[in-house]
Design a protein around this ligand. Structure first.
Ligand SMILES: CC(C)(COP(=O)(O)OP(=O)(O)OC[C@H]1O[C@@H](n2cnc3c(N)ncnc32)[C@H](O)[C@@H]1OP(=O)(O)O)[C@@H](O)C(=O)NCCC(=O)NCCS
Length: 112
């Protein structure tokens, strides 16, 4: 579920809520917050906080038992202000470059 904040027809902030049914938690619903971004010229004005509040509200209304998100270490204080706690460690494998930043040829496991 994408959520956007508009300023005179222009998207100035957006984020996404993904809801996952957890087989190992009696099919309870776990929410993931993804892709939070505020326009550079609007940062520090409270839009990020509003976005997070609304996504938290949406997750609660859908009956989710927990919300998780991955973030850069520099953004940890921002999410901590929104009552998120630091838990565990993120691990990942990249099979190809991030197309948003490096539009180069893809790498597949068989090419490694
Ligand atoms: C991180 C981001 C979403 C924050 O949005 P924002 O609209 O600037 O944040 P807000 O103005 O709502 O800030 C809310 C509070 O968090 C604080 N805060 C925001 N970013 C912070 C940071 N990186 N470190 C410490 N505090 C931060 C603000 O000072 C404010 O504090 P207050 O409650 O004491 O007033 C925005 O900087 C952004 O889009 N960054 C680039 C993309 C990005 O990194 N997205 C996150 C992906 S996980």
């Amino acid at each position: 579920m994408p959520m956007v904040i508009l300023d005179a027809q222009r998207v100035v902030a957006c984020g996404t809520l993904v809801i996952e049914r957890k087989f190992i938690h009696q099919c309870g619903m776990l929410a993931h917050i993804e892709d939070i971004v505020v326009s550079e010229d609007q940062r520090g004005t409270g839009l990020g906080r509003i976005l997070i509040q609304q996504l938290k509200h949406l997750a609660f209304k859908h009956g989710c038992y927990k919300i998780t998100l991955d973030c850069d270490i520099k953004n940890e204080p921002f999410y901590a202000r929104g009552d998120f706690e630091t838990k565990g460690l993120q691990m990942c494998i990249y099979y190809r470059d991030d197309p948003a930043t490096t539009p180069t040829s893809p790498k597949y496991p068989h090419q490694l």
